[in-house]
Ligand binder design. Structure first.
Ligand SMILES: [Zn+2]
Length: 345
């Protein structure tokens, strides 16, 4: 079987297309094997290549957390899928037995793990997954958009709808427009009638955000985001801030956050350690929230939006598996707007 792999951590020159991997077998009655048509990259893949603390890979390690494919084989107890069905993948795996899983909150599972990070990934011809991590989509779905959809839409949905509970008419500041989760968060906020303040260092990206409905554009290279938000809202500030940047944006996020504001984060691409003045936290009655991936109900919700054509990812570029390294180089390129897809022939 062919796959895009690494055998040691390091730079992108560690990426290697191999064709000698064993075909993954159905082991449990709930297992489903899919033949991957297209897989998409996430920022997480860059972290896996360079190495993450506490995460150990077994070489050759297959990368990738998102995919669109066709069911190739099913275990004995699989009831929701048939061979030949087209599916999208939820890359978050849980034990489905602990108290959080029983409560329908799979991303809180102590044994939660992500494809391509804790389990073999999707940048391969074949991948075996639990039935619960797959949903059917029409065979006529655009393969690139279907592959690029799930992880970012699911993550953004949980942040916007379940955690921050954004309402119509609220002001939402979104950092890093151009990244997949930020774009999905923008789309979801506009679907529910919130006002979006988009932040980027690129005017080109801000123009694209405006075309997708962003109401206010802030170029962080030219303006102090926190100060500008306070000026332009007569000191009221934002109802919600979506900050996946971490260290570099945190201080300005808190300056921008209004009374009873909610800050929600699912990442820290610029660094993980931040400071907070506890007096401002309690006086303003803020909620600082974390969010990771999504649960089964949220997976159902985003797939329904995809099937209805209401929520679609932006695809930046598409590469064949043989050019997987070029795909990763584009993933690391600050000019990227949207998702990088890898076609698996
Ligand atoms: Zn669990």
């Amino acid at each position: 079987m062919r796959a895009l792999t690494i055998s040691a951590h390091g730079d992108l020159d560690r990426l290697e297309v191999r064709d000698d991997l064993a075909v993954p077998e159905i082991r449990r009655p709930t297992d489903v094997r899919i033949r991957v048509v297209a897989a998409a990259l996430n920022h997480l893949d860059l972290f896996v290549v360079s190495g993450l603390p506490g995460v150990t890979i077994t070489p050759p390690w297959v990368l990738g957390s998102d995919a669109f494919g066709v069911v190739d084989a099913i275990g004995d107890s699989v009831s929701t899928l048939r061979v030949g069905d087209y599916v999208v993948v939820n890359g978050g795996l849980s034990d489905r037995t602990c108290e959080y899983c029983r409560d329908g909150e799979q991303p809180l599972c102590p044994r939660f793990g992500v494809l391509g990070e804790h389990f073999p990934g999707t940048l391969a011809e074949l991948v075996v997954l639990p039935e619960a991590n797959l949903r059917t989509v029409p065979a006529t779905s655009d393969p690139d958009r279907a592959a690029a959809f799930t992880l970012v839409a699911l993550t953004a949905w949980r942040m916007v709808m379940s955690r921050a509970r954004v309402k119509a008419g609220e002001d939402v500041l979104i950092w890093g427009i151009g990244g997949g989760v930020a774009i999905a968060a923008l789309q979801i906020c506009k679907m529910i009638g919130a006002r979006v303040w988009a932040v980027s260092s690129s005017d080109e990206k801000l123009e694209r955000a405006a075309a997708m409905g962003a109401d206010v554009l802030l170029n962080r290279g030219r303006v102090d985001v926190g100060k500008t938000v306070r000026e332009r809202t007569a000191k009221r500030g934002m109802d919600v801030v979506i900050d996946n940047v971490g260290k570099a944006s945190w201080t300005q996020s808190l300056v921008a956050l209004g009374r009873r504001g909610r800050l929600v984060t699912c990442g820290a691409t610029s660094g993980p350690i931040v400071e907070i003045d506890v007096r401002r936290l309690f006086w303003n009655q803020w909620s600082i929230m974390g969010s990771t991936m999504g649960n089964d109900a949220e997976f159902d919700a985003v797939v329904a939006e995809f099937r209805a054509g209401r929520l679609m990812p932006v695809v930046d570029s598409v590469f064949p598996l043989d050019r997987g390294r070029n795909a990763f180089e584009r993933l690391a390129d600050p000019a990227r707007f949207g998702k990088i897809v890898v076609r698996v022939p």
